[in-house]
Design a protein around this ligand. Structure first.
Ligand SMILES: *[C@@H]1O[C@H](CO)[C@@H](O)[C@H](O)[C@H]1NC(C)=O
Ligand SMILES: *[C@@H]1O[C@H](CO)[C@@H](O)[C@H](O)[C@H]1NC(C)=O
Length: 323
């Protein structure tokens, strides 16, 4: 699980480093080769191609990777017909597709593209491709109302067997949240990813951006209407792997903040104000380690406040919310 933490912030931190390299005097001592951040950025985006699941496109640059997991979703057909869950990304060195951190990756990739599209230069196309690989999968996972397929692959079976995804014979069990077994953190994060991606694609592909934004709204509504943690709904299938230790309130707020930005409307303002209050209350119940100020797939707090700070009416949100 350690490697995925690297993956999820790879582009964002790379771009921050690029910005720093461009704006700050060089700290490299004489005779030393300066770090090549442009190369690091290219490799970082290439890494996403190595993590691809599903049917690989002709543009695949890491050609040692082949098609894999082409039947994902077929076991989901108990009450419903089988679902197409082919695609998306594997998690770090595992062959499980964990929807919660995957969605967070989508939100951060989108944010990187939104903030740094000019600095990305020729890598912008690769960043868009990496993001679309993820959002295409999220659209499949959220295709049915009030249901999200949040994980594919039995994590115990997977972790007991180290093999290439191309050859795997482990269980590809599909896990879902729905109106009786909610998952507000995974819904909030998925909504955030879809809404943020709609901004990232707005100018290059407006029809796709509309589709993403419309889905972001229904997914957020589902997470907000049926509140609960997917750790409770799915138990040992998701915890301790990607258990949301910081509570789902931050993801609902994060989702509303991204929807607010993506829709340019005041539609989500009340959700944000209410979300801040809920999140503050939740924080007082957390133990000290979970309250730590870090930004990652579990705790979105720092990102939320930076995002709200960049929005027009931020002072209102922050003032009203803390009262
Ligand atoms: C709702 O989700 C739970 C937990 O994943 C699952 O056991 C149940 O079958 C789902 N309900 C329906 C109607 O699909
Ligand atoms: C939101 O505003 C930005 C900047 O004015 C614009 O580019 C974008 O198209 C708008 N988005 C929507 C969904 O209206």
């Amino acid at each position: 699980m350690a490697a995925n933490r690297v993956m999820f912030s790879c582009v964002f931190s790379m771009l921050v480093a690029l910005m720093a390299a461009a704006t700050m005097p060089s700290a490299v001592a004489e005779g030393e080769t300066p770090p090549n951040y442009a190369d690091a950025l290219s490799k970082c985006l290439l890494f996403y191609e190595g993590q691809r699941s599903g049917k690989l496109p002709p543009t695949q640059r890491l050609t040692w990777r082949k098609d894999s997991a082409l039947n994902d979703g077929q076991d989901a057909g108990v009450c419903i017909l089988s679902v197409d869950l082919v695609g998306g990304y594997y998690d770090a060195g595992d062959n499980v597709k964990f929807g919660f951190p995957m969605a967070f990756t989508g939100t951060l990739l989108s944010w990187s593209i939104i903030e740094f599209s000019e600095e990305l230069g020729p890598e912008l196309a690769h960043a868009h491709e990496a993001l679309r690989w993820l959002t295409d999968y999220l659209l499949k996972a959220t295709a049915q109302p009030n249901r999200i397929f949040v994980q594919v692959g039995d994590p115990y079976s997977d972790h007991n067997c180290w093999e290439r995804p191309e050859d795997m014979d482990t269980l590809r069990t599909t896990y879902q949240v729905n109106d009786t077994h909610p998952g507000s953190e995974v819904a909030g994060e998925t909504a955030a990813a879809l809404a943020a991606a709609s901004i990232a694609f707005r100018s290059s592909d407006p029809a796709y951006a509309d589709e993403l934004l419309s889905r972001a709204k229904t997914v957020y509504d589902f997470g907000h209407t049926y509140q609960g943690s997917y750790g409770t709904s799915l138990g040992k299938w998701v915890c301790p792997f990607y258990c949301d230790y910081s509570g789902y309130q931050d993801e609902l707020l994060w989702g509303a903040a991204w929807l607010n930005r993506a829709t340019n409307s005041s539609q989500y303002e009340n959700h944000i104000i209410h979300g801040i209050q809920q999140h503050m209350q939740m924080k007082t119940q957390l133990d000290e380690t979970a309250r730590e100020w870090f930004f990652g797939w579990d705790n979105k707090e720092a990102g939320i406040y930076i995002l709200l700070q960049t929005q027009k009416a931020h002072n209102n949100y922050l003032d009203n919310g803390s009262k």
